[in-house]
Design a protein around this ligand. Structure first.
Ligand SMILES: [Zn+2]
Ligand SMILES: [Zn+2]
Ligand SMILES: [Zn+2]
Ligand SMILES: [Zn+2]
Length: 374
């Protein structure tokens, strides 16, 4: 009896404890469900606010969201972080005291400090690298507005049919130079009407004055003179590289093209195709057509046919004949490298640009200068 009564008490106790455990588990589940619903609503709110309003969320909310969010919400949080001007690492919000800076490689996220950027690196590295490569390609193949002659406003011809003037730093197309030569002004600069220099020393002095004002083309002009030992300058590759680099930094894509050509040909340096590619890429980003063509050839030789044709198509669309021939070969090969639509559209753009670059004055100049060389 005693034994029986004792065992009954034990059973009651065990049952009571089990009931409590079940209650605790249920309560925990309810808390988890509420937490999950809160997380979902919070994320949705952040994304909606990002898209439709400039209103900022509090830092603490975003921090919490980021900590408890599941993987599927991660990208939404990343885009929200940049759109809402919040440090991607610590969640600090931009205000009068805190200035956030974009990750310069990908422009996807912002940071409040170098330390935060370093702390976030392992998490961000993969997405950053992918986006940075996409951005670089966008820039490499982007259609760039052509440089225009400052007098006739037509796109500059592609084959050195323009002249740099050290008086005003302008590139003037052969058509406008020839028209000036045929007029009463004769030798005057067709743009600023300055008389020509009377000596090489004066030409270099004018160029240096423009360089002091930060003129990119004047830097390129002097660099070229050093590279070839022209205009009284000694042939000095060290000087020419220094001024080509400065010209490129100041926005002269031709200078980067020249640097690439120097590495390709071994002019004053060891032949280095990787460096040639690097400088041609910098020039191509600025819209240099000859560099895009050369990059197409490099990719073609490396067996990257799709990429090479992207370069050829972008150069052909800007009026480059040799690139158009490559695109035509790609289409005619029948290997599907260039579709009929792509070829037709490239051909149309090529003829359009050729038409834009053409003028009676330029045709007359070409005929006259060709005759003078005979
Ligand atoms: Zn931070
Ligand atoms: Zn980045
Ligand atoms: Zn012109
Ligand atoms: Zn001038």
């Amino acid at each position: 009896m005693y034994l029986n009564s004792n065992s009954n008490i034990n059973i009651i106790l065990i049952t009571a404890i089990a009931a409590r455990i079940i209650l605790v588990i249920r309560a925990a589940r309810i808390i988890l469900v509420i937490r999950s619903v809160y997380c979902t609503i919070n994320h949705r709110l952040v994304v909606v606010l990002c898209q439709y309003s400039k209103q900022k969320r509090s830092t603490s909310n975003n921090k919490k969201v980021h900590i408890i969010c599941t993987k599927s919400y991660h990208m939404a949080t990343v885009s929200s972080v940049s759109a809402l001007s919040i440090c991607a690492a610590c969640g600090k919000e931009e205000d009068g005291d805190t200035k956030l800076k974009f990750c310069t490689a990908c422009k996807l996220v912002k940071y409040c400090s170098r330390d935060c950027q370093i702390a976030h690196r392992s998490q961000h590295k993969k997405a950053c690298k992918k986006r940075a490569a996409e951005l670089r390609d966008e820039a490499l193949f982007k259609e760039v507005e052509p440089e225009e002659c400052p007098i006739c406003f037509l796109p500059q011809p592609l084959d050195n049919q323009s002249t740099f003037y050290s008086c005003c730093g302008k590139h003037i197309c052969d058509g406008c130079v020839y028209a000036m030569e045929m007029s009463e002004g004769k030798d005057l600069c067709a743009f600023c009407r300055t008389p020509p220099t009377t000596s090489i020393a004066e030409e270099i002095e004018r160029t240096k004055k423009l360089m002091d004002k930060g003129d990119a083309y004047a830097h390129n002009f002097l660099a070229y003179s050093y590279a070839l030992g022209l205009r009284g300058m000694p042939q000095d590759y060290q000087q020419s590289f220094k001024f080509y680099l400065k010209a490129g930094e100041l926005g002269c894509t031709e200078a980067y093209y020249n640097l690439g050509a120097s590495y390709e040909n071994g002019d004053g340096v060891e032949i280095d195709t990787k460096k040639a590619k690097h400088y041609w890429e910098l020039a191509a980003i600025g819209g240099d057509i000859h560099s895009r063509h050369n990059l197409g050839c490099i990719e073609y030789n490396a067996g990257n046919y799709d990429r090479s044709l992207r370069f050829f198509i972008s150069a052909a669309r800007a009026g480059h004949k040799a690139s158009l021939d490559k695109v035509k070969n790609g289409y005619m090969s029948g290997l599907g490298l260039v579709t009929k639509e792509d070829y037709e559209s490239t051909l149309r753009a090529y003829h359009e640009r050729q038409k834009e670059m053409k003028s009676d004055a330029r045709d007359e100049a070409a005929t006259a200068y060709a005759a003078a060389q005979l």
